[in-house]
Each structure stands twice: as C-alpha cells, then as structure tokens.
Design a protein around this ligand. Structure first.
Ligand SMILES: Nc1ncnc2c1ncn2[C@@H]1O[C@H](COP(=O)(O)OP(=O)(O)OP(=O)(O)O)[C@@H](O)[C@H]1O
Ligand SMILES: [Mg+2]
Length: 321
C-alpha cells in the first residue's frame, strides 16, 4: 500500500428529512494513497456523491456529518475552521462535480472564472493569473485565445475539460471526480480520461473517481471500493474485483456488465430493489437481495474487514461472523 494521502475513518453523514433521520453514509472507512486512483462504485442512491461532498465539506443542509474523521496527510480536516477549509479547498483538494456541464458560471468569461479561483487562493497578480489560466487551457488542449469566451461558446466536451482545468488550477494533491464524463459520448469520454490520467502521471495527484461505468472504472483506477446502501462493502484491486468478487453484491455488479473479450455469458443482474434507508434491517443491509444468506446475516451488523492481503469485504461469508 502506498503512503496514504487521505484516510477516511468511520464517516457518517445523515440527512434530516420529514420522514426521519436518514443515514446516507454509514461508518465508511478507506485509505487513498499518494498518486493512487481509487474508484467508488455502487447503484444510484448508495451514497457516493454524499461521500464526495462531505470530503470537500461542501455538503449542505439537510445533510450533516454526524461522525468520523477525514485525515488528509494525517490532519482531520473536519476539525478545520471554515476559513482554514476555504484555503484548503481547491488548493489541496478539488472536485469535478457530477453536473460538471452546469458547474461553470454562464455570465462570466472563462478568464474571469479562472482568475477568481487563482487570485482568491494565491498572491498572483491579474496578469500572472491570466498566464496561469492560459497554461491550464493548454494542458487540456484548448487554445489559450479561448480564455475570453463564455461557457456557452464551447462544446460539451470542451466545457468538461474546462471544469477539469479549473480543478487543476491550484495543483491540488487530490481531485475528486464525480461522474466527470457521463454526459459525453464514449470517444470523448475516453479521450478526457486518458488526458486526466496523463496529467496525474505528470503531476502526481491522487484521484477519487466515481462513475456508473464499471468498464471505464476498471481501466482507469488502481483499486475500487463498492458501496451498498450507505456502506462500503468491498475494496479490492481493480484487476481482481470483477473476476473474483467476494461480496454477493459485487458479484451481482460483475454479472451485470458484459466482458470486453471472450464469449458473452448471459447477464445476471441483481434481483430486488435498493434498500429504503428509513427501513434498515438488523444484520446485513444486502440480506433481502442476497442468495447466499446464513443465520448471522440477519442478526449481526457487517463491518468492512481485510480478509486477504489488499482484499476487504464486509460479507459474513468471508469475515467468518
Ligand atoms: N437533500 C437530500 N435530502 C434527503 N435525502 C437525500 C438528499 N440528498 C441525497 N439524499 C439521499 O442520500 C442517499 C445517497 O445519495 P447520493 O446522491 O449520495 O447517491 P449517489 O450514490 O451519488 O447516487 P447517483 O449514482 O444517483 O449519483 C440517497 O438515498 C438519497 O436519497
Ligand atoms: Mg451521485
């Protein structure tokens, strides 16, 4: 394991709703190494974006962090003052949002938007900030002369690259990417991810990469964490997780998408519906959809455990509970 940059420990995030308190993220713990790309997978509503926003402390009411630690280079950023967090955010940890296409301000030129981020966090003059912005555009293969343009004057793929350039503006050590390319066609999607990967190799930042596209995730990550109903239920090297899944939910995910090579098996999918977080059962949260349950699955809560070197799962079949 590489030296950890980020260590998330027992992170809990709740939403206060009219129907009650919903724990959307429950005791999530993971490490992200320096220069590592970690994927976060799982079906819609399992809590991926809630984790991402909480790490940036950009979650808004009705969400609140109800427990845990987010250690960045050993310091718990949940304890930072709001001012300290403002300095930290974007310069140390930045984010490409799920709705990145809408993340740019439509009434400001890109020059204004870049300069705003750069000058707020550094002592650069306007001229220096503009030069830095021009360099950032070159990094994402957009001609620097386009800096004077408004977001609507760019194509969708270019806007996506602009958002990535803004995330890179202050040389952060960690970039969180929540579905950074979902709205784009597959060719552009791959080009952008290859670009990000090349930048990562050059600048050495770490990435937390969230996408619904498992084949892309396997290709562009070192390890993958799988979430189910607010919990992290498996973490494994990307090369192994789909060929030898441990958790029955991961097995279901692996059986839901076709292999890129070889004969095409019948896709199996995962029966049943996602768990209603207002009705969490005793024991394992996946019990109602699992074909392999044993007695303890209905009694004992699960806990992510290292069951082999570099292989973590919360499933009782592997943890021995
Ligand atoms: N403002 C809110 N109020 C109440 N519950 C919320 C709110 N936002 C999200 N949730 C709940 O939190 C849970 C996690 O949502 P989140 O957006 O983190 O999921 P996700 O894994 O990112 O899903 P997707 O893949 O669709 O983006 C869901 O059950 C969702 O219903
Ligand atoms: Mg999301």
């Amino acid at each position: 394991m590489r030296e950890p940059l980020l260590s998330v420990r027992n992170l809990c995030v709740d939403y206060i709703t009219d129907a009650g308190d919903v724990r959307a993220v429950n005791n999530v713990s993971f490490d992200l190494g320096k220069g590592e790309v970690l994927g976060l997978a799982g079906e819609s509503g399992c809590g991926k974006s809630t984790v991402a926003f909480s790490l940036m402390r950009l979650h808004k009411p009705p969400a609140f962090i109800s427990g845990g630690e987010v250690l960045f280079n050993g310091e718990d950023i949940l304890k930072y003052s709001d001012e300290r967090m403002q300095t930290f955010r974007w310069s140390e940890m930045s984010m490409v949002f799920q709705s990145a296409m809408n993340a740019l301000n439509p009434v400001l030129t890109m020059e204004e938007q870049f300069c705003d981020v750069i000058m707020r966090h550094t002592s650069m003059t306007r001229d220096q900030a503009v030069r830095r912005a021009e360099g950032l555009l070159e990094i994402v293969d957009i001609h620097p002369s386009r800096l004077r343009d408004y977001p609507h004057q760019f194509s969708g793929g270019m806007r996506q690259r602009l958002v990535i350039a803004v995330a890179l503006a202050l040389n952060p050590k960690l970039i969180i990417m929540d579905e950074p390319t979902t709205a784009l066609d597959v060719v552009v999607q791959r080009e952008i991810l290859q670009k990000i990967y090349a930048l990562k190799e050059e600048f050495g930042f770490s990435i937390l990469f969230i996408t619904h596209d498992l084949s892309l995730m396997v290709e562009f990550t070192d390890r993958i964490g799988v979430m189910y109903a607010g919990q992290l239920i498996e973490v494994a090297p990307s090369k192994e997780i789909l060929s030898t899944p441990f958790h029955p939910y991961t097995e279901g995910l692996a059986g839901s998408f076709p292999p890129l090579t070889g004969p095409k098996p019948k896709l199996t999918g995962i029966p049943g519906n996602p768990l209603n977080l207002l009705e969490v059962p005793q024991g394992c949260r996946f019990q109602a959809r699992c074909g392999k349950t044993k007695e303890s699955c209905f009694k004992t809560a699960t806990r992510l455990t290292e069951v082999e070197q570099n292989r973590m799962t919360s499933c009782h079949l592997f943890t021995g509970l």
